[in-house]
Write a protein that binds this ligand. Structure first.
Ligand code: SAM
Length: 294
C-alpha cells in the first residue's frame, strides 16, 4: 500500500528550510532547486504587480513568508501537521500572523473554503504538490476556486520529458509506456530488450525510507511525473488560458554522472538556471506552469 504524503513531509519538516539558506546553495547535499523555483515565483509575482497570494502545500513556510515580505496579502495550507506547525512558527518569528497558515488538502475544497473570507486571491501557488495529488483535475479546479477571474496560477510539476536525458529506468519507462504506448507488443519487446542493455536500470536508487529511517521515503509515496504537453491541456480544461512554462533544476549531464564529475556538475547546473530556451524541456527535471484563470 502507498504510504501517506503527510507522513513523508512530517518527517522532513525540521530540515526543509535548509534548502532556502543562501549559504548552503553550493554545498548542501540536496541541489537547491527549490531556491531557483522561488526566484521564478518572486520574479513573476513582482512583474505581474499582483497583491495577494495563496499557497497550497506551504511546507515550512519560507517561500510564502518571503512573498509576504514583498507586501503581498498571503495565506496558505498544508496537509502535513508538522509542516503547518513549522510554518506557523516561521510566520510568528517574522512578525506575521500564524493563523494565516491552516491545515488543508488541495483535493478537498471544503478544507480550503475557510480562507476565502477576505475574497479570492490574485494568484495561487502549488510548489511540490501536484506530484503527490491523485486527481489533477480536482486539485486544479480547487485552486481555481481560490483565484479571482483574470488571476494567475503557478503550479510546479516533475518533468517527464527529462527521462529522455537520464538514460536510466525512467528512460525505459517513458519510451515504452508513453512514446510507444500503442505500438505492437512484439516491437516494444525488441525495444525493451535493447534498452535493457543500454540504460542503467538500477538508477536512480529507489527511496523507500526517509534518511533517518523513521518515515516513508519520496518513492514510497505517490510522486508522479507530468508530461508538459498533456499537463498544459489539463490546465486549460480546468478553466485556465495563456499557459506558459518556466523551467528550472537544469542538468548539465545525466544525473548518474554527478558523482564522477564532482563539484563542476553543480556549478554548471547552477550556471544554466534561468537559461529560458527550449532546452529546459529536456534538461530540467521540473517546471512551473503559469496560467491565467479564464
Ligand atoms: C515539496 S514540499 C514544498 C513546500 C513548499 N511549497 C516549498 O516550496 O518549499 C510539498 C508540500 O506540499 C504538501 N502537500 C502534499 N500534498 C498536499 C495536498 N494534497 N494538500 C496540501 N498540501 C499538500 C506537503 O505536505 C509538503 O509540505
Amino acid at each position: 500500500m502507498q504510504a501517506g504524503v503527510g507522513d513523508h513531509y512530517n518527517a522532513v519538516a525540521e530540515t526543509y528550510h535548509q534548502q532556502y539558506q543562501r549559504e548552503n546553495l553550493a554545498s548542501h547535499s540536496v541541489y537547491p532547486a527549490n531556491y531557483f523555483r522561488l526566484q521564478i515565483l518572486v520574479q513573476r509575482l513582482s512583474a505581474l504587480r499582483l497583491k495577494s497570494v495563496y499557497e497550497v502545500g506551504v511546507g515550512e513556510g519560507t517561500p510564502l513568508a518571503t512573498i509576504a515580505s514583498m507586501g503581498f496579502r498571503v495565506a496558505g495550507c498544508d496537509i502535513a501537521d508538522a509542516m503547518v506547525k513549522k510554518a506557523r512558527a516561521n510566520f510568528k518569528s517574522r512578525g506575521l500572523t500564524e493563523n494565516l497558515i491552516q491545515w488543508g488538502d488541495v483535493q478537498d475544497a471544503a478544507t480550503l473554503a475557510g480562507q476565502l473570507g477576505d475574497g479570492a486571491f490574485d494568484a495561487v501557488i502549488a510548489a511540490g504538490v501536484l506530484p503527490h495529488v491523485a486527481n489533477d483535475q480536482l486539485a486544479l479546479r480547487n485552486m481555481g476556486m481560490l483565484i479571482r477571474d483574470g488571476g494567475h496560477l503557478f503550479v510546479e510539476f516533475r518533468n517527464k520529458l527529462f527521462s529522455l536525458f537520464t538514460f536510466n529506468r525512467y528512460t525505459k519507462e517513458f519510451i515504452l509506456d508513453d512514446l510507444l504506448r500503442d505500438v505492437a507488443p512484439e516491437v516494444k519487446a525488441s525495444v525493451a530488450q535493447e534498452l535493457d542493455k543500454r540504460v542503467a536500470l538500477d538508477l536512480p536508487p529507489v527511496r523507500n525510507i526517509a534518511a533517518d529511517g523513521s518515515a516513508p521515503g519520496y518513492d514510497a509515496i505517490l510522486s508522479k511525473f507530468h508530461n508538459p504537453f498533456e499537463l498544459t491541456e489539463v490546465v486549460e480544461r480546468c478553466g485556465f488560458k495563456d499557459v506558459r512554462i518556466h523551467w528550472y533544476h537544469y542538468h548539465p549531464a545525466p544525473p548518474m554522472l554527478e558523482g564522477k564529475i564532482g563539484t563542476a556538475f553543480r556549478k554548471a547546473a547552477m550556471a544554466m538556471e534561468h537559461e529560458g530556451s527550449w532546452r529546459g524541456n529536456f534538461l530540467c527535471s521540473a517546471g512551473v506552469i503559469e496560467a491565467v484563470k479564464s
